[in-house]
Write a protein that binds this ligand. Sequence first.
Ligand code: C2O
Length: 577
Amino acid sequence: MSSCFLRVMLFALCALWNLPELVLAKHAGITRHYNFDIKLQKVTRLCQTKSIVTVNGQFPGPRIIAREGDRVLIKVVNNVQNNITIHWHGIRQLRSGWADGPAYVTQCPIQTGQSYVYNFTITGQRGTLFWHAHISWLRATLYGPLVILPKRGVPYPFPQPFKEVPIIFGEWWKADTETMINQAMQTGGAPNVSDAYTINGLPGPLYNCSAKDTFRLKVKPGKTYLLRLINAALNDELFFSIANHTVTVVEVDAVYVKPFKTNTLVITPGQTTNILLKTKSHSPNATFLMAARSYATGPAAFDNSTTAGILEYEHMSSMSNTKNKRPSVHRPALPTFNDTLFAMSFSKKLRSLATTKFPAKVPQTVSRRFFFTVGLGLIQCSRNQACPGPNNTMVAAAINNVSFVQPSTALLQAHFFGKSKGVYTTDFPANPPFKFNYTGTPPSNILVNSGTKVVVLPFNTRVELVLQDTSIIGAESHPLHLHGFNFHVVGQGFGNFDPKKDPSNFNLVDPIERNTVGVPSGGWVAIRFRADNPGVWFMHCHLEVHTSWGLKMAWVVMDGKRPNQKLPPPPADLPKC
Ligand code: C2O
């Protein structure tokens, strides 16, 4: 029987049941099982041993590898004193919002001694993503790569690499991060900046007492390597470069892009980037550092250190022996820490493939428009608090002047069972409460309000959202992450968004599609997405300190009319609060 005939039959069957073909086709994948045993593990970095929360005692955590179309079941067993949730960052979770993971948004946390099985199917996605804890600051040590290979037999739209290597950036504190953030939240002070950045859990040779904790990538000459870069750092966007090597960017956030060459990349927390590294045709008598350090634009202190791994060619040592010369070490030149122009020009190079196989499905028309200011402000502390800011205030972060308050029960359950009263309100503002020069001199009143507010969207709403940075405390780049969707970045610029002029320059042809975008420091970015996934979807700054301070909100996407447009009921083992 020809496959064409089968497809016609399948199509007829689907038409009969009023189901998209996709729903049946997705069962082509297999089911993969993982066990995540959450436990403490002693780890030594920078000459100091501390006990950290890990998955299966591993740091960074285990890799999840699946293919497009597969179903993934991860049983998470909590053996530590902390409450735990895990988020599969960038997975669309089509009609499986119960498996998304943000604490008190889609689920109550898994308590000590309890377990929960995350159950989702990977539909229409392939590339690099990652998983991380999504409660408090536990993702400081609970994170790992999530690699989605194309369906069996389907090639990449770029040369088949000789080898694939995940490179996951992290951030390391000598202190206990849970104690640190809990204290900071109580006193209203800022938490300490990290002591090191890491590559695959290792700070590398540029820190004291760290040379042996260096990631080494041994390569053969004349080969192409696919490096799967992931920024799992908590609070820092990063510049990354490999000395004396040019790389080709081929994918971001598990979406293929039009390939382009570069020496240096920008990658924000929550973003992933696949690059092709073509090694030199002959082993040079040298090693090359691959280094990352902060791209920092805000007024606050930041970790100004540099993590490095070593790229070394096979047979180099034997060759250097014959020449009797020590190999030289090359260091890459990275932009200065606040090079916003570089960050903007890099992000403007990213374009969707926009081919028949990989079309850019950007909504050409819009049904609802939103304009959100994002940034820091001050919040009034209660009388029994002693806060460090002027007139007993502390720093808060807000979207449209609302600093989001985490509820004590999960939003998704409240929504699904019609019990939202007392949990959230549906009056999240579509526009800022008052207009001002967002990127100019701050207004006289910089106090923000707090609340648990959401935006409700009918199924299939075509959303346009402009995210506008504010300079109230200081202009700063904010990597905004949306759960449950990819969006298209249709425009960006510096200064204040101009609703009359700027939309005429929007790219509706091949805009990049992704799940996390940097709102330019002192600028704006416009995104579009189709609300075709029923559930409650978190959106927040992926700088964890800003999330703690309230730079977050949620979208409630209603069910559609058809059976396959509705969110199924929760699994029986969904944790209770
Ligand atoms: Cu990577 Cu809401 O998270």
